[in-house]
Design a protein around this ligand. Structure first.
Ligand code: HEM
Length: 154
């Protein structure tokens, strides 16, 4: 009798495990933003175009602190750091090792208007590489979180 009881308990546990794992297997695995962007290949292509636009932007370069920053942080370096950051924040395998946003931008005296100019250039790069609307929204949300650390005046 005891053996029969044990067998019933064992069968119940085994059945439960099977049902549980089947239910788990049916859960759709949501791709991360990183994956939806095409991984590092997708991210670096957009960041490359974006940094080229920022570096050449006349409105941004009218700010002498930003202009000076172009010398201390050359475009290839910025492309590397920004790609690493976007990769990590979007759920990719990278580890961002650059400076915190406040530390790297505080001395640049960035205004609200300059932020808008940057965002418009970002949009141009995203559109150029046909990043879909949902991923664009997710990226703008992600970048938007850094705004209070970057913009220091109206
Ligand atoms: C109006 C907006 C922005 C402007 C004008 C700007 C400009 C700059 C400049 C000039 C530097 C180099 C600073 C120096 O060497 O003195 C820099 C560094 C950097 N920026 Fe921005 N930036 C802006 C927004 C952003 C945003 C939104 C992000 C990412 C979410 C970002 C990510 C970075 C990173 C990762 C670095 C390098 C940090 C390091 O050196 O470790 N920036 N930025």
């Amino acid at each position: 009798m005891k053996i029969l009881k044990m067998a019933v308990v064992f069968a119940a546990v085994a059945f439960g495990t099977l049902v549980g794992s089947a239910a788990w297997a049916q859960q759709p695995v949501q791709p991360t933003l990183y994956e939806r962007l095409g991984g590092l290949k997708g991210i670096t292509v957009v960041v490359d175009d974006f940094i080229d636009r920022l570096v050449a932007n006349k409105t941004l370069n009218r700010n002498p602190a930003i202009k000076a920053g172009r010398k201390s942080s050359p475009a290839p370096y910025l492309k590397f750091q920004v790609s690493q950051l976007v990769c990590e924040l979007s759920g990719g395998p990278c580890k961002y090792t650059g400076k915190a946003m406040k530390e790297s931008h505080a001395h640049l005296n960035i205004s609200e208007k300059e932020w808008k100019v940057m965002a418009a250039e970002f949009k141009k790069s995203l559109d150029k590489f046909k990043v879909p609307a949902a991923e664009q929204t997710a990226l703008f949300e992600m970048v938007g979180k850094t705004k209070s650390d970057i913009v220091v005046r109206t």
